[in-house]
Design a protein around this ligand. Structure first.
Ligand code: AMP
Ligand code: MG
Length: 492
């Protein structure tokens, strides 16, 4: 294996050496053999004892250099100053026939950026990260990936004492908005050159194919990150994904879903839904995510200003968020309804009104988001409202009258010119299976007892969330009553 670390070459201002801290008696919890193959990595990495040692922080292979990078960021709207990889270690980038991948351990012990933290992660949150990264990939949504998950009996103190775990995650790059904010906020004299070095690195190494938005390369970078972020937000909203901690240090420059903490796939649809128990103000509520992403992009733009220089140009790049997001959101949700893009303006407006009325209706009684869209995908091709598939949708609504009124409008619309293709597509955009909190919770409870089979079952299922898997239908059922009592906080 050829190991490189391009980011390390930028110098000690950007990242520092930090070795993983060994753990006693490591064990595999989960291994992603498919990803291993997809990335062109040696298949025995996830089989032998040596692999287990490396992916639990008990050894390094020749060529690896373990490093932590520095970043800063805005947390919950406030400037938080220096943060950095407090419990993530980059072991380097491996170069394979499939490309270059950064390999990171999360939870492998303290780094110079751990502040008061222990550098560890607990089994519960690591299972959630492992499963959700792969669930997102299964949904086709840009994300960091998870190669494997190991655990150790090492006690980790949170509200209670818990078991340690380490996720090995991979991405082309883990660069965050916060990396740029860090260098932009260094004292004058230290800032400009480093910021430019970082931006040039990002452009040449990771964004070399981005389109030209202007003659200014840094405005191009802002434009590209804005575009990717807008598309990512549209994808999240369309599957009911709440990130939970959209601080600027958790925002990927590459537009990947990054840092899985108190995330949730919404059960009952509620635009005000807050999945993070520590988010008392609802800053990161589901319906606010696009707005927050824009706010975060604004911070990123501010960081780039010394390089872009022209404020108008930065604003122009940033402003593309609104139209790109709106377009991506609309076509994403119209596809969920089985409607093609209407060329005629008045039809387009009528379709959007139909969609917005539906969302309002769903929000009134918190209709289950995933179940609704999947059931609708089965019903839409049926032209009789008495068909059992339509009954199944109706069952989700308390107010039958308003539902039936909407249904009639929708069926009329489908009757006009719905295409088979668009109806078929509904099954590929409305997943049957998502990683609901209670499913993750059940797997976590079993794993804590030493049985990791439920993690594996969910992992396998969520690889193809749009497929029927009739034998697994219990995983698509409405959540049990206790699901709403699950409290997921920042503690991880
Ligand atoms: P997060 O809210 O998980 O995105 O983390 C915010 C910052 O806190 C990042 O710099 C993390 O590296 C750091 N951090 C979180 N938990 C720990 C921990 N247990 N030990 C050290 N640093 C941590
Ligand atoms: Mg983070």
């Amino acid at each position: 294996m050829r190991w490189i670390n391009r980011y390390a070459e930028l110098g000690p201002q950007f990242s520092v050496e930090a070795l993983p801290s060994p753990v006693p008696k490591p064990q595999w919890v989960a291994r992603n053999h498919g990803l291993c193959q997809e990335m062109g990595l040696p298949s025995d990495w996830l089989k032998h004892e040596e692999g287990l040692a490396v992916f639990s922080g008990n050894g390094l292979w020749d060529g690896m250099q373990s490093r932590a990078s520095v970043y800063s960021g805005h947390q919950f709207g406030q400037w938080a100053g220096q943060l950095g990889d407090g419990r993530a270690l980059c072991l380097g980038e491996c170069q394979t026939s499939q490309g270059s991948f950064e390999i990171q351990l999360k939870g492998a012990g303290p780094t110079p950026f751990s502040r008061r933290g222990d550098g560890r992660a607990v089994l519960r949150s690591s299972i959630r990260e492992y499963l959700c990264s792969e669930a997102m990939a299964g949904l086709g949504i840009p994300t960091t990936r998870a190669l494997c998950l190991t655990t150790s009996p090492l006690p980790v103190a949170r509200e209670e004492v818990e078991t340690a775990a380490i996720v090995t995650r991979t991405a082309q790059s883990f660069l965050r908005f916060g990396h740029f904010e860090h260098f932009a906020n260094l004292p004058e004299g230290q800032s400009h050159e480093a910021l430019q070095q970082l931006a040039d690195f990002c452009i040449t190494q990771h964004m070399s194919t981005m389109p030209d938005f202007s003659a200014n390369p840094y405005a191009n970078l802002l434009h590209e990150v804005t575009q990717r972020t807008a598309h990512l937000m549209a994808r999240w909203q369309a599957v009911g994904f709440c990130h939970g901690v959209m601080n600027t240090d958790n925002m990927s420059i590459l537009g990947l879903t990054l840092d899985y903490g108190p995330f949730q796939f919404m059960d009952g649809f509620n635009p005000q839904h807050i999945c993070n128990h520590s988010d008392h103000q609802g800053r990161y509520a589901y319906g606010r995510q696009p707005q927050v992403a824009y706010w975060n992009l604004f911070c990123f733009a501010q960081a780039l200003m010394p390089l872009i220089e022209e404020q108008d140009l930065a604003m122009k790049a940033l402003e593309t968020f609104k139209s790109t997001f709106a377009q991506a959101w609309q076509s994403g949700f119209l596809a969920k309804l089985g409607l093609d893009h209407a060329e005629e303006q008045s039809q387009r407006e009528a379709d959007l009104a139909l969609l917005n009325d539906l969302l309002q209706l769903m929000a009134q009684t918190h209709v289950d988001f995933t179940a609704f869209w999947r059931r609708l995908s089965h019903a839409a091709p049926e032209s009789s409202a008495a068909h059992p598939a339509w009954q199944q949708v109706a069952e989700l609504f308390i107010d039958q009258n308003t539902w039936h009124a909407w249904q009639s409008r929708y069926m009329r619309r489908l009757g006009q010119d719905a295409t088979q293709q668009a109806l078929h597509t509904m099954m590929q955009v409305n997943p049957k299976y998502v990683l609901r909190n209670h499913l993750a919770e059940a797997a976590i409870q079993q794993s804590k007892m030493g049985d990791h089979s439920e993690v594996e079952t969910l992992f396998q299922l969520l690889q193809s969330p749009y497929a029927e898997h009739p034998e697994m239908s219990r995983y698509a059922e409405l959540p049990p009553a206790w699901a709403s009592d699950i409290e997921i906080s920042c503690s991880s």
